[in-house]
Design a protein around this ligand. Structure first.
Ligand code: BG6
Length: 490
């Protein structure tokens, strides 16, 4: 059963309180936690933003957003009435620290509560907001600050943000979000690896041939196109979500679930990534951009049309091969790919085991396919192990792969909470295990930077792919060259 232990009374200040993230993710997440009784007492949610809005006007926007974003008719008037009583709105310009009076007044006398500042804003504002909090005397012993991704756009800018925020908050007060770490199945990966003894002896070179990680989205860039055009898929998805998944698959067993024990193991993986040389960037990375196509029978526009110009070389798709230089993973490549406007929303980790060393079934019609462990992140979270079996019937051995298939939702029969619900509760409880430590973020940027720099210097071609496909042909060739292929396990 899910664990709905209430959290202590808190003040949660959301900077960027009228923005997309607050409306689409944070407030719906808080609604659910309110409904399950985790938010108690006099806890307050204080939205801060530049706009000159009255409280009622803001509440109107929140109600609209909840009605739109809560699924399965989850919106209920009684729950909303409880939540709305907690919500306040203050005007606060990130740069104008002298005019944060309304916020200071609201927080006056509440220094003993847990105080969280959630920065759902552009990263360029992180430093100035942290300074504004300090300058206005709003940083208390129980304060925490939450930084949304992207944390910078390269190693240098990430270090600069970390330094600026670090002048106002201690490292253990800083919670850097990667919402993939809050996904149930991502956490289940830890359970699968470290609560079962079955896999560990096989989780290495000698048994595993390679690993594939796919995070495919059917959505396009839509309303975010201007913002996205400066970023691209490598910075938006690979530097953070994909690298975190690589770490969780590849890391050694931590000695406990203590946040530093887990993060110490993840950072070792990031440091063991083989640096990508210029030549390797050319051969081991693929960039793509979608053109018009059809998804689920509906025609969709291409990226250039959404942007309104044809010159952008921003990638909406990335595939790459990476190697981890340590004993466990030597010569076991990891292939990762992510993209927008692909055939369907489908994310999974595929652990491909090696072939049998010698087949004793020379007569069988099909090859003996190597075993494969598929961890489905979304949709329909679960785990599938494919093994070879004999087809029933007299005569010779007809073999075919069959699956031991476990759907978590069917097994546990509960609603899967959104990642933000868990992450918000973890911040309020003061548990940073599911957040990125400074060194992790910087190490990931360090590795990614070479790719970005080489792409820019060499003007590496952005391949096109038709919306509704699985990405550019070059992505298949990346594996084909190694005698392998992607497994969209659908
Ligand atoms: C965000 C990216 O971090 O993750 C988005 O900025 C992307 O571009 C999103 O769409 C995907 O998250 P999820 O949870 O839908 O897989």
């Amino acid at each position: 059963m899910a664990n709905f232990v209430p959290v202590d009374v808190f003040d949660l200040v959301i900077f960027g309180g009228t923005g997309d993230l607050a409306m689409r993710k944070l407030l719906p997440a808080l609604y659910h936690r309110e409904r399950d009784g985790q938010i108690t007492g006099e806890s307050r949610i204080i939205a801060a933003s530049r706009g000159d809005l009255g409280r009622d006007e803001y509440l109107g926007l929140v109600e609209e957003a909840l009605r739109e974003n809560l699924v399965n008719d989850d919106f209920e008037d009684a729950e909303w009435a409880r939540l709305r009583d907690r919500i306040h709105y203050v005007q606060a310009d990130a740069y104008d620290h002298d005019n944060w009076g309304a916020l200071v007044e609201l927080l006056a006398g509440a220094d003993d509560r847990i105080r969280v500042a959630y920065l759902a804003t552009a990263p360029s504002l992180f430093g100035t907001i942290a300074q504004g909090l300090k300058k206005n005397g709003l940083v208390t012993a129980t304060s925490r600050i939450v930084l949304e991704k992207p944390l910078g756009h390269d190693y240098e800018s990430a270090c600069a943000i970390n330094n600026e925020v670090g002048q106002c908050f201690a490292e253990n007060q800083i919670y850097r979000i990667d919402h993939y770490l809050g996904k149930e199945t991502v956490q289940n990966l830890l359970a699968l690896r470290f609560a079962n003894s079955l896999f560990e002896p096989l989780w290495r070179r000698g048994a595993i041939d390679h690993v594939q990680i796919t995070v495919a989205e059917d959505l396009g860039v839509g309303g975010r196109v201007e913002f996205y055009d400066k970023i691209g898929a490598l910075r938006d998805m690979v530097q953070n979500h994909m690298m975190q998944l690589v770490c969780l698959v590849a890391m050694e067993a931590p000695s406990s679930l203590h946040h530093d024990a887990v993060r110490d193991e993840k950072i070792k993986v990031l440091r063991a990534l083989r640096p990508i040389t210029e030549d390797a960037v050319r051969t081991n990375t693929v960039r793509g951009q979608y053109t018009a196509g059809a998804i689920n029978g509906k025609t969709v526009a291409g990226y250039a049309d959404e942007l309104g110009e044809n010159k952008s070389s921003t990638e909406t798709f990335v595939a790459l091969k990476l190697e981890i230089d340590n004993w466990r993973w030597s010569n076991v490549p990891f292939y990762v790919r992510t993209g927008k406007r692909l055939k369907e929303k489908h994310s999974e980790i595929v652990v491909q085991f090696q072939e049998v060393p010698h087949s004793i079934f020379p007569e069988q019609k099909y090859n003996v396919a190597p075993n494969r462990l598929t961890i489905r992140l979304q949709p329909d979270e679960g785990v599938k192990l494919s093994v070879m079996a004999k087809e029933p019937g007299p005569g010779g051995f007809d073999l075919r792969p069959v699956s031991l298939d476990l759907s978590f939702e069917e097994t546990f029969g509960v609603r899967y909470p959104d990642a933000y619900e868990r992450l918000l509760m973890e911040v309020l409880r003061g548990n940073p295990a599911l957040f990125m430590r400074r060194d992790e973020v910087e190490a990931a940027w360090h590795w990614i930077d070479t790719i970005i720099e080489t792409w820019e210097a060499s003007k590496q071609k952005v391949e096109t792919y038709v919306a509704g496909s699985w990405g550019p042909a070059a992505s298949s060739l990346l594996l084909d060259r190694d005698g392998r292929e992607w497994h969209p396990d659908v």
